[in-house]
Design a protein around this ligand. Sequence first.
Ligand SMILES: [Zn+2]
Length: 331
Amino acid sequence: MNVLVFSLKRSKKNDPTFLGIVFCSANYMNKEEDFDANLAGEDGETEETKRSWFKRIKKGILTPTKDKADAPEGLWTKCPTCKYTCTINEIRENYFVCPKCQYHHRIGSSEYFEILFDDNRFTELFANIVSKDYLGFVDLKPYDKRLEETYAKTDIHDSITVAHGKVDENDLVVACMDFEFIGGSLGSVMGEKISRACDYCIKHRIPFMIINKSGGARMMESAFSLMQLAKTSGKLSQLTDNKIPYISLCTDPTFGGTTASFAMLGDIICGEPGALIGFAGPRVIKETIKRDLPEGFQRSEFLLEHGFLDFIVHRKELKQKMASVLVLFKQ
Ligand SMILES: [Zn+2]
C-alpha cells in the first residue's frame, strides 16, 4: 500500500483532482504505520484499535455438532467429581477408580467379574432368559422396541447377569446388575434370574452375592415388576433356611425396588465408597418432609454411620475382602 501511495504522490503531485486521493491515502498510510507500530508492540493507538484486528464478527461457536471433529471415543475419561482426566487404560488398571479422588466410576457386570473371579474365569448362568413385552406397554416408545434397541447397543442379556466362578479359590455365584440396560431396572427377568440363582446355590451349596446397581423397578412391566420384590425376598429366605450365606454389595446407585427387597436382606450388606443408596431420591424426600437433608444423605458413609451397612469396601480390596468373608462363612 505504501508503494502505491508513493507512486501516486510522485506522478500526480500537481494535479488537483488527485489531491483528495493523496490525502486519503496519506491518512491510510498513517494507520498503516500505526498498525505496524502495534505489531511491533508499540503503543500509540487506543485499546479499541489494538484489539480490532482480532475482532470476532459472529459470536458463539457456529460449527454444527455433526461437523465437529471429536476425539475418538473410549480413549480418555474425566472424573465427574475432581475433573481429573486420564486414559481408559490408566483407570482400568486402577479398578475404574479415580487415582486422584478415589471416585468409583460406574462399571458393568463384566468388569466386576474380572475384578472378582480368579483369572477372569466364570460360567454365565441363565443367559437364555430374556425380557418380553407382555403388556404392550408404551411410554416414550414401545417397550419391545426399547428392548430391541438395548439388545442392539449392549452385549448383555438383561439388567442382571449371573455367573459362577471362584474368588481366591472359593466358589461364589455373583448376580451383577448393568446400569446401561434400562437403568439396571428390576423386571421379571431379574427376579427370575435371582430366584434360579438361589436354587442353584442351594443345590450346589455355594454362597450367593448380588452386586446392586439399579434405579428401581422396571416401570414398563408394571405390577409384574413389583411382584419380584416378594418373589426374590421369599427365595432369599430359602437360602437362610439352607444356611447358604448371601452377600449384598450396594454400588452407585442402589434405589427403589432393589433397596426395598434383596439389597437390604444380605447376611452381610456392604457398599462402595460414596455410593448413593436409598429408596426414594433426595429431592422427593425433601419435598415430602419439607426439611433440608443432612450433608452426605443417602451416601454409603452416612448409611454405615446409621447402621444400614456392615462395611464399606474399596474396589481395590473387593476381591480380597470377599475372599476373607467366604473363608469366615466356611468356618
Ligand atoms: Zn476424581
